[in-house]
Design a protein around this ligand. Structure first.
Ligand SMILES: Cc1cc2nc3c(=O)[nH]c(=O)nc-3n(C[C@H](O)[C@H](O)[C@H](O)COP(=O)(O)OP(=O)(O)OC[C@H]3O[C@@H](n4cnc5c(N)ncnc54)[C@H](O)[C@@H]3O)c2cc1C
Length: 399
């Protein structure tokens, strides 16, 4: 039942993208996930940028979409808001439980076998090549010998550990925590990103899931406090967030880690191709990973299929052609943000304003210092001037 040429480990967006592509290439494909139910539990803000959906050629099923957002609002230092409706900042919120299962369904419909409640335990290698994989399948141990393997097993990848191929260090991982909350009153129908010294490098967010429901969370980098109490205190003490939410109607608690290492390409070890979070394939300046993982997973699956047929694989090359622009842009912005929040000499307010200016591409990292004085002195006028010069669809207001 479980014999296969390509084994895909993990049935998140990366795994389902890979399994579908491999099955469509006509190769016997099996996708496994340790979860009893694919898509559950959710560890995600669930917002998807429409730009990359277009690039993927995929349609998000209507029953997975719970909210549509025509712009993203940046709240900088609790002082200035920037409403950005450039294409990258438009999105939808999905129920990932429905969305991930839909992606797995598409992989299965393309011909891949899918097994939930099936965990990769360990591998046996001969040099670089994985010869066999030991799996626990609904309680029973099974040994398989696929010709190629796709490692789509997330940020704490078992395959990376087994092969001693860890591509990023814990300092390149943001710690996320999020509550799905019921609001006290109608919330703005846009994603809100909070950049402020109270959080530091990283950010807070409100992602609507309807008029009075949202994912409210924080992604923390280099903060070791308890995530839940940090989030509870942040919500209660925040002048904007507490306008809409108390922490008294919690529908779900979502905890997870997001890799933000910057651009690592399409890593391969022997006959194992890594993709998605396992390969750090997120837009690193915001940690957006759903669509990047799905697209990169598709490429990994296509090339794993070639490898299993004894042909040459060109995963890295294909990835650079199709996704390097986005992943490298995210990496460059991430490097600037890390620099901003780790260099001496700036206070938190200045860092927040500059981060907002860079993330909205109103100033480039190279010339941001030219705008520093104006931004600090009168942020509202300075941002308005930058928006006018940039001719972007952005509105600036006092918070
Ligand atoms: C708090 C938080 C909020 C986020 N918000 C957003 C957002 O709003 N928008 C966005 O685009 N991105 C967001 N991300 C990032 C996004 O969730 C990930 O980038 C994306 O899920 C990566 O997909 P993936 O398929 O690579 O990994 P995953 O979705 O993590 O899937 C990996 C799968 O592998 C399985 N697995 C792991 N080990 C094994 C094993 N040994 N055997 C079998 N199966 C195994 C897991 O069960 C899991 O199902 C967020 C991340 C966090 C932590």
């Amino acid at each position: 039942m479980m014999e296969c040429d390509v084994l895909v480990v993990g049935a998140g967006p990366a795994g389902s993208g890979a399994a579908r592509a491999s099955a469509l290439a006509g190769v016997k494909t099996l996708m496994v996930d340790k979860k009893k139910e694919i898509g559950t539990p959710v560890q995600c803000g669930e917002v998807i940028g429409l730009d990359l959906v277009k690039r993927s050629g995929m349609r998000i099923p209507a029953n997975a979409i719970v909210s549509r957002q025509g712009f993203t609002r940046f709240v900088l230092g609790r002082e200035v808001t920037i409403d950005n409706s450039e294409p990258y900042w438009r999105g939808v919120t999905v129920e990932r439980k429905i969305f991930d299962k839909h992606l797995a369904f598409r992989a299965a419909s393309a011909g891949a076998a899918v097994q939930a409640d099936t965990r990769l335990l360990s591998v046996k290698t001969d040099g670089d090549i994985v010869k066999s994989c030991l799996l626990s399948h609904q309680g029973d141990e099974v040994e398989l010998s696929p010709k190629a393997i796709v490692a789509a097993d997330g940020v704490h990848s078992t395959l990376s550990k087994e092969l001693k191929a860890e591509f990023f260090s814990p300092k390149d991982v943001a710690r996320g925590v999020e509550f799905e909350l019921v609001a006290k009153k109608d919330i703005p129908q846009c994603m809100q990103i909070f950049i402020e010294p109270e959080i530091g490098l990283g950010y807070g967010w409100i992602i609507p899931k309807g008029k009075r429901r949202a994912n409210v969370g924080v992604g923390l980098v280099g903060v070791n406090a308890s995530r839940r109490s940090f989030l509870e205190d942040w919500i209660a003490g925040h002048p904007v967030v507490s306008r809409y939410f108390d922490v008294d109607k919690v529908l779900e608690v979502k905890l997870g880690d997001a890799p933000v290492p910057g651009f690592l390409g399409g890593p391969v070890r022997g006959n194992v191709l890594f993709c998605g979070d396992a390969a750090g394939q997120t837009l690193a300046f915001v940690g957006e990973g759903i669509m990047p993982s799905y697209i990169c997973g598709g490429l990994a699956g296509k090339h794993a299929a070639l490898l299993s047929q004894g042909k040459e694989q060109r995963y890295e090359e294909d990835l650079v052609e199709h996704m390097a622009d986005q992943l490298m842009m995210g990496a460059a912005l991430r490097d600037t943000l890390v620099e901003l929040w780790s260099s001496d000499g700036w206070d938190g307010r200045t860092r927040s304003l500059l981060s907002g200016a860079v993330m909205n591409e109103l100033v480039s990292p190279d010339d941001m210092m030219h705008h520093l004085n104006a931004l600090v002195k009168d942020p509202l006028s300075a941002f308005k001037g930058l928006v006018k010069d940039s001719r972007r669809t952005i509105k600036v207001k006092r918070c």
